[in-house]
Ligand binder design. Structure first.
Ligand code: BES
Ligand code: ZN
Length: 459
């Protein structure tokens, strides 16, 4: 049987097996779900074994475990390290889901569940591709190693040390990741850049306890109000971040990149309508596509202060809190930006309230040369499966570990995803197009075939 027929004929089982993973609430940030995360790792390992991978192990990392598996039966051929994550973001606000987040439900050719597109559906497509090749052809065109981790959504803090300790085990020629999106349905993209991240939490404290806002308001500082004033000063009228030194290391897009960006099939007004937002905003002088992927940003991720329950309560809050993060571009450094941001916030804070800024986590930005031969292999695979050229884009999201794979193991990163940015990742009603699951399996097969001719080329 041809490998394509095998994929076709096993479509329903491949879906059922993906659903088994989607049923497990592997929310890495939630300590109460630690057992579920471990159970998910076991299920991933079982599917790796069933695919014909060898040496499959759930490996302890000091945090949530990662799953390793390999097949090294192609001596002389390149070794492809496939990375992905089986952990997911929290499901809340759970009341906004149409069907329960951990009951995979098909509607209109898409499976709805937390983690469907980010990243269980995408990573398991590679596992099914291995199974199909092994069953149909008895071998793979390349050697493969899988590293599927359980802490990507919380900053992968134990993965870099794992790479350091396992350099020999993880020796490979190229890193393949499917944890990003296609540019648009039917238009796959090869991602050659990712933004980095610097994430801080700001806490302001006024009086020792909440107070009656009539009795005390007017004389006693309000940490909610001070926090708003402070945050309002973090960007200027042109949408530029005001933190001194913030842009110092930013490498601007080249003229070539800007003209390539301008040719991407993207309509700002359609984008606005799709999100149902009254208007777009962003840094002056850059297009929305550029703002979303190649310019640094500062965003409020959440705020907490005073009475937020139903109805009115006349209270003068004792505390306020905001979570603020910056997406970074080369060559900004996450630690430096977190420090500059903390210093600036402290300077803006009036002496009438106490201010504390904590750095939560971060990640380095990444770009790779678009003409890298590994990316060309992916482009050929895309053409075989989708019948058209891949689009080369930079993405706004972050996968900080890509830089570690590059620095610690010398691996060039090849990011080709088959999710869609409209699939509600990190949001209610996350879903994954089952047609793209199928195409992803076929793309992975073609990619392995193309990479068989890849000559390791270090960056
Ligand atoms: N899959 C995403 C990153 C992503 C999304 C890349 C869309 C390209 C396009 C990943 O799972 C993720 O959400 N990463 C976090 C990283 C953070 C926790 C360090 C992110 O970007 O917020
Ligand atoms: Zn994610």
């Amino acid at each position: 049987m041809s490998v394509t027929d095998y994929v076709e004929q096993n479509q329903e089982r491949f879906q059922a097996e993906l659903f088994r993973l989607l049923e497990i609430p592997s929310v890495s940030t939630d300590p109460a779900r630690q057992g579920e995360v471990a159970r998910c790792a076991e299920e991933v390992a079982a599917q790796l074994r069933a695919a014909g991978l060898e040496g499959v192990e759930v490996k302890e990392t000091g945090g949530h475990p990662l799953v390793y598996g390999q097949w090294l039966g192609a001596p002389g051929a390149p070794t492809v390290l496939i990375y992905g994550h089986y952990d997911v973001q929290p499901e809340d606000p759970v009341e906004l889901w149409t069907s329960p987040p951990f009951v995979p439900t098909i509607r209109d050719g898409k499976v709805y569940a937390r983690g469907a597109t980010d990243d269980k559906g995408q990573v398991i497509a590679h596992v099914k591709a291995v199974e199909a090749l092994m069953k149909a052809e008895g071998k793979l065109p390349v050697n493969v190693k899988f590293v599927i981790e359980g802490e990507e959504e919380i900053g992968s803090r134990n993965l870099a040390p794992f790479l350091e300790k396992n350099k020999e085990l993880l020796k490979a020629d190229v890193l393949v990741i499917s944890d990003s999106a296609m540019f648009a349905p039917g238009k796959p993209s090869i991602v050659y850049g990712l933004r980095g991240l610097a994430y801080v939490q700001v806490e302001l404290k006024g009086a020792d306890s909440d107070l009656h806002s009539g009795v005390f308001g007017g004389a006693v500082p309000n940490p909610g109000f001070e926090l708003c004033k402070l945050i309002a000063q973090l960007k200027d009228e042109d949408g530029r971040v005001t933190v001194p030194g913030f842009y110092d290391k930013v490498v601007d897009l080249s003229a070539q990149e800007r003209s390539d960006y301008a040719r991407l099939p993207f309509d700002n007004e359609e984008f606005r309508k799709e999100l149902n937002v009254p208007g777009l905003s962003g840094e002056k002088g850059w297009t929305p596509l550029e703002q979303r992927s190649a310019r640094p940003t500062l965003e409020i991720n959440g705020m907490l202060c005073g009475w937020t329950g139903p109805g009115a309560k006349t209270v003068l809050p004792a505390k306020s809190m905001a979570k603020i993060s910056c997406r970074l571009v080369p060559d900004q450094d996450p630690e430096e930006i977190a420090r500059l941001l903390a210093e600036h916030i402290k300077k803006l804070c009036p002496p009438t309230v106490e201010c504390e800024v904590m750095s939560l986590h971060g990640g380095k930005p990444w770009v790779t040369p678009r003409e890298h031969p590994a990316l060309e292999c992916a482009n050929r695979a895309v053409q075989t499966v989708f019948g058209e050229q891949a689009l080369f884009v930079r993405e706004g999201g972050s996968i900080p570990i890509v830089v570690d794979f590059q620095n610690i193991l010398g691996l060039p990163g090849l990011l080709v995803g088959f999710g869609l940015n409209t699939e509600n990742l990190h949001a209610p009603d996350e879903h994954f197009d089952l047609g793209n699951y199928q195409l992803g399996i076929r793309l992975s097969i073609e990619l392995m075939r193309e990479l068989a001719t890849y000559k390791a080329s270090r960056l």
